[in-house]
Design a protein around this ligand. Structure first.
Ligand SMILES: Nc1ncnc2c1ncn2[C@@H]1O[C@H](COP(=O)(O)OP(=O)(O)OP(=O)(O)O)[C@@H](O)[C@H]1O
Length: 257
C-alpha cells in the first residue's frame, strides 16, 4: 500500500474541485483568536476578514505581536481560531478533525519558517526525501526535481553545515514544495538571512508563484519585502488595518533593506 493511499480521497477531491471553481485560495471571515482567560486573556486576532486568490503572492506586514504568526498557524491548521471561519481552497479548516486535519497539513499546505529546521545529519536530498516519502511514490526523483526547481541541483549531496543560509532555506523550500501543496505559508523566511541571500530566497518564492503552481502568503515585519508582493496587508493589534495592491511588483533582486 503506497503512502499516498493514506490520504482521504474525499479531502483531496473536494479541494481540487473547489480550486477549479474560482474560489479564493484562502478566505478568513470574522476570525478571532484569544489565548488565555479573564484578566490574562490575549486577543491575538480580532475579527479578521481576508481573501487570498490563487496565484497571488501576498505579504502580511505588522509589528511584533500584531498576530501574524497566529494568523498563519490558523490558516495552516496548526492552531484553531476562537471564532470565525477559515477556508482554504473551499475546505473549512476549522471543521477538520483528527486524520483529516493531519492530511490537510500534510498535503494542502507547505510551511517555510525563519529557521530552516533541516536535519543536520541528512544531506539536502535526504532532507527533502524524508517528506517526499510521506506524500507519494518516487520520493528520490521528486526530491531531485524539487531541489532543481529551487536552483540547488549542484549541491544535493551536501549536509546543512556545508551550505550557506540561503541554500539551507532553499532546501527548506524544496521540502515544502515536494508535496506540491497549492498554498505556501512563509513565516519570516528571510529573517535569518543577509540581504543577498534573502533576495535569492524571495526570488525563488516569486518564481514558484509565477510558474502557476503555488499561492504564497508570507508574513514578515520587514516592510521592504512588500515591494515584491502582488498585494500587501497590514495587521495591527490583531486587526487588518490596511490593504494595498502593488501595481508593479519589484524583482526580488532589486529589493533593498
Ligand atoms: N501560545 C500562546 N499563548 C499565549 N499568547 C500567545 C501565544 N501565541 C501568541 N501569543 C500572543 O498573541 C499575540 C500575537 O502573537 P503572534 O506571534 O501572532 O504575533 P506576531 O505578529 O507574529 O509577532 P512576531 O513578529 O514577534 O513574531 C502576542 O501578544 C503573543 O504574545
Amino acid at each position: 500500500m503506497g503512502a499516498r493511499s493514506r490520504t482521504h480521497p474525499d479531502l483531496a477531491a473536494e479541494a481540487e474541485a473547489v480550486a477549479a471553481s474560482g474560489e479564493p485560495a484562502v478566505r478568513l471571515a470574522g476570525v478571532s483568536k484569544t489565548y488565555g482567560y479573564g484578566a490574562a486573556a490575549v486577543h491575538a486576532l480580532r475579527g479578521v476578514d481576508l481573501e487570498v486568490w490563487p496565484g497571488e503572492l501576498v505579504v502580511l506586514l505588522g509589528p511584533s505581536g500584531s498576530g501574524k504568526t497566529t494568523l498563519l498557524n490558523i490558516v495552516g491548521g496548526i492552531e484553531e481560531s476562537s471564532s470565525g471561519t477559515v477556508e482554504v481552497a473551499g475546505l473549512e479548516v476549522g471543521s477538520l478533525r483528527g486524520s483529516r486535519r493531519t492530511d490537510y497539513r500534510r498535503d494542502r499546505v507547505g510551511f517555510i519558517f525563519q529557521f530552516f529546521n533541516l536535519v543536520p545529519t541528512l544531506t539536502a536530498q535526504e532532507n527533502v526525501e524524508v517528506i517526499a516519502e510521506l506524500t507519494g511514490p518516487d520520493a528520490a526523483h521528486r526530491s531531485r526535481e524539487a531541489l532543481e526547481r529551487v536552483g540547488l541541483a549542484g549541491v544535493v549531496d551536501r549536509f546543512p553545515a556545508q551550505m550557506s543560509g540561503g541554500q539551507q532555506q532553499r532546501v527548506a523550500i524544496a521540502r515544502a514544495i515536494v508535496k506540491e501543496p497549492p498554498l505556501l505559508l512563509c513565516d519570516e523566511p528571510t529573517g535569518s538571512l543577509d540581504l543577498a541571500t534573502g533576495r535569492q530566497v524571495l526570488g525563488v518564492l516569486r518564481g514558484l508563484v509565477d510558474e502557476g503552481h503555488h499561492t504564497v502568503l508570507l508574513v514578515t515585519h520587514n516592510s521592504a519585502i512588500a515591494a515584491m508582493a502582488d498585494r500587501v496587508l497590514w495587521l495591527h493589534s490583531g486587526t487588518l488595518a490596511r490593504e494595498e495592491v502593488v501595481a508593479e511588483p519589484l524583482e526580488a533582486a532589486d529589493l533593498e533593506w
